[in-house]
Design a protein around this ligand. Structure first.
Ligand code: NDP
Length: 454
């Protein structure tokens, strides 16, 4: 399999994809090792995970270059991601034992009642390329601490990073028969679906997630889906600082080139501050540095996947044909690499794909709204339910809207952020189940109820 650098289209390297036989033999190896790993005390499993975190920190410069070369993520953002993902280790250090040890529910009387939390077994982690550290750690680190064996399939666009995870996990003391990585395209993902594993944890698009759900359902094993979004942000007319709100919203929309599951994908602004907001927003976007992702000062690098250029162009064309105004960008510049100029569209409506379909790129529509009811109706007008943000001074007013929205995460005066202290989950087409928080620890175990009589 070729690994391509999206900044120039050059082949970085070729790596062998796993065959069906290799995938099967890796699964068999994990089957043999999982029980042994589960027998290791949770403190020791955690210690190995923390060692992994140290090895990642020691090698951060090299790991960031690998990530930037294979995904096009600007180098400083690669460094930020790797550093930031360490908060999962901090969370596990503080919480893993607390949520995994056996609980005594009734300790008096004739019958004692306990709950033991047992690992699921051998679980699949089919992952995405856009934040491989964050979304990978959310699954494989939590699964390993809980005593599972993990078969990890990185996206084909983050395979080198996936192989580094395996190298460093093994080096940190996670046994080779507790963690494995399989390399390849969706075909290799399919091989995991064809196998009888004890849990499936998927991060990726709605289309693939929905397909995976149909494949896993008859197995009657736990399944989690962390899928896409079309996340709205609403700016109320009482916002404290219009300029700051515009800067934050633009960052939420364009960080990682808009290729974040929780990127701001559509913006609604109350009429009284609309013109001012748009002016600050466009000013901010025009200042973004686009270019070589290996340059630490670059904010916008290439898209990771070439076909996405056409998806974005189509959204721009569709919007312009239906009456949108192009304030900035709207095209792929000439030259090598899968670049797309950050794009701002105004006078948009929900007849346009840019306000309805996940863009997953550096493009945003800003729509004027009269009041909170109109904003709420538009924010709800989506099959997705990942996150929603409201900017404004009046907390009660903002919360009144956020409470009504069917989303897994609600933001007031912030956006596009994930914390290990609270669950990460999507509703509707954005997914099933939660990672992170204590719920994300318990996602990787199954309870066994003990009724004990002396
Ligand atoms: P895809 O759905 O294209 O791929 C996700 C993973 O599934 C990849 O490893 C892919 O392999 C694999 N895959 C593809 N086809 C199959 C199949 N038939 N059987 C099994 N596995 C398969 O998503 P992307 O990687 O493009 O990720 C982008 C999407 O992920 C966006 O929609 C984004 O919003 C969402 N996402 C959601 C997050 C969340 O937490 N809610 C976080 C991050 C991203 P390969 O890549 O090799 O084709």
């Amino acid at each position: 399999m070729q690994v391509i650098n999206p900044a120039n289209g050059a082949v970085i390297t070729e790596i062998p994809a796993d065959t069906r036989e290799q995938v099967q033999s890796k699964i068999e190896k994990l089957r043999k090792g999982q029980g042994l790993w589960a027998d290791v005390p949770v403190e020791e499993r955690l210690a190995a995970i923390l060692r992994f975190g140290e090895l990642v920190s020691d090698e951060i410069d090299n790991l960031a270059v690998i990530l930037t070369q294979e995904t096009g993520k600007p180098l400083q953002q690669s460094i930020n991601e790797i550093k930031g993902a360490n908060n999962r280790l901090v969370h596990l250090k503080a919480n893993a034992k607390k949520w995994l040890v056996e609980e005594v529910m009734v300790d008096e009387g004739a019958t004692k009642e306990h709950i033991a939390y047992e690992p699921l077994g051998v679980v699949a982690n089919i992952s995405a390329w856009n934040f491989p550290y964050n979304v990978g750690y959310n699954v494989f680190l939590y699964a390993l601490v809980a005593g599972n064996a993990v078969i990890y399939k990185p996206s084909e666009f983050a395979s080198l990073t996936g192989l580094k995870f395996r190298e460093l996990l093994w080096k940190a003391g996670i046994p080779a028969n507790a963690f494995e990585c399989v390399i390849g395209t969706g075909e290799v993902g399919q091989m995991l679906l064809d196998a009888d594993l004890d849990g499936y944890f998927f991060t990726g698009s709605y289309a693939t997630g929905r397909y995976i759900a149909t494949q896993v359902a008859p197995k009657l094993v736990p399944m989690q889906l962390e899928l896409g979004g079309k996340d709205p942000l609403y700016v109320m007319d009482d916002v404290a600082d219009i300029k700051q709100a515009a800067i934050n919203a633009a960052e939420g929309a364009f960080y990682n080139n808009g290729q974040s599951c929780c990127a701001v994908e559509r913006i609604y602004v109350q009429a009284g501050i609309y013109d001012q907001f748009v002016e600050y927003f466009v000013e901010e976007v025009k200042a973004y540095k686009i270019g070589d992702p290996m340059d630490k000062t670059t904010f916008i690098g290439p898209l990771t996947r070439k076909p996405q250029q056409q998806v974005l162009l189509d959204q721009v064309q569709d919007a312009l044909l239906k009456g949108a105004e192009l304030k900035h960008g709207g095209f792929s510049p000439e030259g090598p690499g899968y670049y797309f100029t950050p794009t701002v569209l105004t006078s948009v409506t929900h007849d346009m794909d840019v306000m309805k379909e996940e863009s997953f790129g550096p493009i945003i529509g800003i729509q004027k709204v009269g009041n909170d009811d109109e904003a709420l109706n538009l924010m709800m007008d989506t099959p997705y339910g990942l996150t929603a943000a409201v900017f404004g001074t009046d907390k009660d007013r903002a919360l009144a809207l956020l409470k009504q929205l069917p989303v897994g995460t609600a933001y007031w005066n912030c956006c596009d952020r994930v914390s290990p202290n609270v669950p990460w989950s999507g509703r509707k087409n954005s997914g099933l189940g939660s990672t992170l928080s204590y719920q994300g620890i318990r996602a990787f175990v199954q309870p066994k109820a003990y009724h004990l009589r002396d």
